[in-house]
Unconditional design. Sequence first.
Lengths: 224, 318
Amino acid sequence: MIHFAHVTKRYPARGDALRDLSFSLAPGEMVFLTGHSGAGKSTVLKLIGLLERPTRGQIRVNGRDLGRLSVRRIPYHRREVGMIFQDHRLLGDRTVYDNVALPLVVAGLGPNEVGRRVRAALDQVGLLRYERARPVALSSGEQQRVGIARAIVARPPLVLADEPTGNLDPDLSWEIMRLFVRFNQVGVTLLIATHDHALIQALPYRILTLSEGRLVNDCRGSGR
Amino acid sequence: MTGRRRRTARLHELPKVWLRHQAQNALAALGCLLRAPLPTLMTVAVLGIALALPGGLYLLTANIKLLATGWERETALSAFLTPDTTDVEAARLADRLREHAEIAEVRVITSEEALAEFRAYSGLDDVLAGLPANPLPAILSVFPMSSPDEAASRERLARMLDALPETDLVRHDAHWAQRFEALVALAERAVTILSVMLALALLMIIGNTIRLEIENRRDEIQIMELVGATHAFIRRPFLYAGAWYGLLGGLVACALVVIGLLLLQGPVSQVAALYQARFPLFSVSLPALFSMLVGGTLLGYLGSWLAVSRHLRAIQPI
């Protein structure tokens, strides 16, 4: 599903964010990406979502060579990658429903189809009763779940999450993780960047550890 | 992948999807403008004035030109014959003049015809009826051949006609008509220049309005790009907003022009009455109003397009 081959990303101001990074994710895998802040976790996610282009190396996502993807094709690539952010990135002046519907509206789906899928996604994250509310009226955990509903509403085969539990207390973090596990069980590939070691060690999933832009460890959580 | 299957399944629906997008966007854009009525009104008013100025001036010159076409016919030289010239003699003289190389056509207006015409125009029936005899002479209308140096040939013809024993007086208004035409042409050119400048101003006003709108919605644009919106999708509402601004500005301009012309109508008809009617009252032409609407809409769209293509590129998701 994701294939990095000798990827280097250099920012003019900050130097190398990633150095000769290679790793692969099989379809249907759920993988945690961890490391100190500045280790390059976010850069990896940005490269997969084509928010950035690598300086060197090749990235393949879902069988597609991202280096060969023209600017015009980027939106269509992003529709197959659900993205979740620490700060939710919700539109404050729209209802929860409209926020979640955005990827479908953008893809040109009809209103009936949009309604059906948005309600299904909200139901999955347990927020169906808030569809008419504004995101600011919700708690931080609930806002994160709105962001998750938006990321999965178009049923992308791949979901990326950047510190999805960064601002949440342990209970809420567990709740979010349980959601991810459930998506994974229905075949979604997930790559989750986090530095919450306790959480990921307690889950039986693969953990990639980055340090200064290099892959320093590729192991599996104990699942205790 | 299911994504691929979905895409092909939707392929035949694309025109429908596209049309629905257009309609939704057009309405949404209008809704956005109407939700902030005061700023919209201000912008639209400025646009309206910028459109009404050239539009109104164009109509004014068009009407004046219409007035001038009446005089163009009179660029013929009028040779007033002596009172004792008979109609037969006048006809013979006309035949002779038609042979002249510089003369295209000669029309004879007999003293009877001249009287009838004068009666019709002047409304001085009673006065004329009181006269013992027809005081008007026969007239030869001499139309010169059109040539590059028409003015010189006209001069020569005038001198030649004046020298004839049968003529009393030769009059030619050509100078005056030409001068007037030149003035109208000048005014038209000025209106064109003004129109171009105001069109540029319009582009900038709309461009700037749209630029501010883009800045206000920066977060939204970034999020739309993150979830896979194409540039066309993001651009569309702004383009529609620009077109709406232009169209609303065009409507305001039409209203301003119509009101302006209505205000002029009174004084113009007074002038017309003083000149014994017969020249057209200022009229609002529907094509002119229509072109203000269409022109406004197109300029709005174009201004917005310029702003969008410059500023949207600068917004990348982070």
